[in-house]
Write a protein that binds this ligand. Sequence first.
Ligand code: ZN
Length: 473
Amino acid sequence: MKIKIMMLLLLFAATQARPQAAVSFAESFTGNTMRVDYFHTGTASEEHFSVDRILNDGAWAGSRTVLADELNRGLYFYEVTDVATGVLLYSRGFASIFGEWQSIAEAKTNWGTFHESVRFPWPQQPVVLTISKRDAANEFVPLWNTTIDPAARNVNPASLLSSFSTKTLIENGDPATHVDLVILGDGYSAAEMGKFDGDARRLIQALFEVEPYKSRKADFNVRLVETPSAVSGVNKPHPGSFRRTPLSVSYSAFDSERYALATDNLAIRDAAASVPYDAMFILINEQTYGGGGIYNLYSTVAVDNKFSDYIFVHEFGHSFAALADEYYTSDVSYQIPEITVEPWEPNVTALLDPAGLKWKELVEPATPIPTPWDKEAFDAFSYEIQKERRELRAAKVPEARVEALFARERQTMLEMIDGMEYKNTTGVFEGANYMQYGMYRSAIDCIMFTRDKQEFCPACRRAISQVIDQYTK
Ligand SMILES: [Zn+2]
C-alpha cells in the first residue's frame, strides 16, 4: 500500500510542473555546461531515447537566475532534477527534427533516428534528466528519463579544445546576462571565409533593424565559427545538385524543396561549442530560396537570395521564440483538420475561448473579434501565386525567376493590406498556422505571415521579448 502511494506520488510529481525551489546556481552547478547527446528513434506512433555521450560543452552561457523555464513553449520539454532532493534544478522547452519527421507519411511505415542534444548547467550532484512531450491536449507528459552521475566514467568532463577559427562580431557583455548567438556557415570554401564574415554581418544588421531586436541590441553577443568546406554550396537534391559539407546542410528536408536542415548534430554542436552560445544560426552559401528553424535548436538561411534578410529574421522567429508560421496558403492547407485544442505557440490562437485570448492585453476593447479583413481576395491571389511557384519549381527555372515571382507577390500583398481598414490594429484575424480557417493571428501582416521584413505583429514582438528577458535576467 505504501509503495502504491509512493508510485502515485511519483506519477503526480512527474506530470505536474515542479515548482522550483530556491536553487542557488553556485551551490547546484559548477559553471560549466553539460551536454547530453542522445539518439531519438521511432515511428509515427512511438519514440525512444538512448544516450550517446555526455560531455563538457564549456562555460555555461545561459541565465544563472532563470533556471526553470518560464515560457512553456515547444513540442518537447526537458527537466533536470536533483536525485537526492527531487528539486527541479533546470528546465527548458524545445522542438526537434524527429518531432517534425514523425508527422510525415514516411514515419507511418519506417523507423527514423535523429541525433539530438540537450544542454544545462553542469550539476555538482547526480541528477535525473526527464524529457516530456505534449499530449493531444497539449499538456507535457514524461516520455523518458535517465540518471546522470557527474562523477561517473561515462560522463566526460574534459574541456573541448576547438580547432575552428572564431570571431566576435558583437560583444556587449557577460554571456550569463546576454543572448549569445553563434553563427555557423556551411558550403563556404576556405577562400570564401571573407564572404562568410560579410554575410553574417549583413544578416545580423537586418535582424537588429526589426523590433524588438532593434531596441534590445545591447542584450546580444554575436560570434561566428568558421567551418570551411572543400566545396562551395550545399546539397540540393531537388535540382540534382549533390554535395557533402562539414555541417551536412541539405535542402529538400522532408522532401520540401525550400526546407533546408542539417542532421549532423554532433558536428554542429562541436563547432558551436567553440564559443559560448545560447542560440545557433547556420548560414547556407547558396542563392536558392530556403531555410528552416527549429525551436531551441538552430535556424538556417540561404544567404544569396533576394529574400535572405527576410528569411533570416523569419526563421530566427521559429528557432529563438517558437513562433508559429502565420501564413497558410501552402499546399498542405487544403486539408482542414478539426481544431479542438488551443495551439501552444504564442502568436496563433484557435479562439476557442475568446475571453481568454492569449494576447488580450494587446487588443483595444472596441476591436471586433474576430477582426474583419479582406481575406477572400487575399487568399485567391495567394493561391494563384502558389500555383505559379509550383510550376516554376517543376520547370527548374533559374532562381531569379522565382525571386521575381516572390517580389511581385510581396508588392501586391502589401498594396492589398494597405487598403484594409484594420491594417494597423491589433486584433484576431482568421488564417494562420497553415490553416485557412479556424486559426487566427494578431495582425493582418507580420514577418511570420508575408515575405516582408518590415515588422513582427504585436503577439510576436512580445513573445520574442519574453525570450530575451529569460536569457538576460
Ligand atoms: Zn506575428
